[in-house]
Design a binder for this molecule. Structure first.
Ligand SMILES: O=P(O)(O)O[C@H]1O[C@H](CO)[C@@H](O)[C@H]1O
Ligand SMILES: Nc1nc2[nH]cnc2c(=O)[nH]1
Length: 281
């Protein structure tokens, strides 16, 4: 667990490298980092240059922090994230979000690549996240475990209403204006630690639990962002169908995940530029 002072130290390092003050933070999921190309006047800092910052080790995660303007607002964009399965404790994954908070970020936009559990979902659909199940939390994986520093937030934060209703409404309206409706969904995301993809029975269990899409990220970031009072919007790209039949010969794989990300990246770039332009922070 990084202390408040350690988070402050990393934040001061970042402030010494930038001239702007971001108010919106964005986390790009697997294969979704191309959104960084939309950031105007970028200042780019590789994670490896930031003392104490978790470094991404997975293909599809560039591992760069990009500061600049998007949709007329000052943003900080994480081009790639780290995950628990890379060996990071969830508290370490929380650090960039807490740095964002100390930098002045008020709204967090999280994206991810996810497998479609809902049988109506197709590869290439985008899902507005309306809620999540912290399945990893059932096994004790939660970045808020440990001493609580009230300067970040309360010991017992409420998690209902985490995914801002106004942002979800706005997202639907922006998507409608972009003719994205044919592949737009709204649903529940779940996180397991990974890195193994789910068994057939696990997928069926998630379906029974009311999950629409599943992945290995996002929830730790949302827990920490909610804890420190940020407004949150989340979006999953359905990059693959989860395997629901025991005799299926198909397999989930990271190559398909990255390929689908590539195919939807132009639409998502446009969507997020317009969305950031219109959100109230
Ligand atoms: O959640 P993001 O970072 O988008 O990545 C998802 O894609 C990877 C599996 O292909 C896993 O890391 C999973 O969490
Ligand atoms: N757990 C999980 N994570 C993913 N990320 C992208 N696709 C998937 C998936 O099918 N399962």
């Amino acid at each position: 667990m990084a202390s408040y002072e350690e988070v402050e130290q990393v934040t001061k390092f970042l402030q010494s490298k930038i001239k702007t003050q971001p108010i919106v933070g964005i986390v790009c999921g697997s294969g979704l980092g191309k959104l960084a190309e939309e950031v105007q006047d970028p200042t780019i800092i590789p994670y490896t240059d930031i003392p104490g910052f978790p470094v991404s080790t997975v293909p599809g995660h560039e591992g760069k922090l990009v500061f600049g303007k998007l949709g007329g607002k000052e943003v900080v964009l994480m081009q790639g994230r780290s995950h628990c399965y890379e060996g990071y404790p969830p508290q370490k994954i929380a650090l960039p979000i807490r740095c964002m908070k100390l930098l002045g970020v008020r709204t967090l936009l999280v994206t991810n690549a996810a497998g479609g559990i809902n049988r109506k979902y197709k590869v290439g659909d985008v899902m507005i996240i309306k809620d999540h199940i912290n399945l990893a939390g059932f096994a004790g994986v939660n970045p808020l475990v440990g001493p609580n520093d009230e300067r970040f937030g309360p010991r017992f934060p409420a998690m209902s209403g985490s995914y801002d209703k106004k942002y979800r409404d706005l997202a639907r309206s922006v998507a409608k204006n972009m003719n994205m409706e044919s592949y737009l969904q709204e649903g529940v995301y779940s996180m397991m630690v990974g890195p193994a993809f789910e068994t057939v029975t696990e997928c069926r269990l998630l379906e029974i639990l009311g999950v629409d899409a599943t992945g290995m990220s996002t929830v730790p970031e949302v827990l920490v962002a909610r804890h420190c009072g940020m407004k949150i919007f989340g979006m999953s790209l359905i990059t693959n169908e989860c395997i629901m039949e025991y005799d299926s010969t198909a397999f989930a794989n990271h190559e398909e995940v990255l390929q689908t990300g590539k195919q939807r990246s132009e639409d998502l770039k446009k969507f997020f530029s317009k969305f950031v332009e219109q959100i109230e922070v």
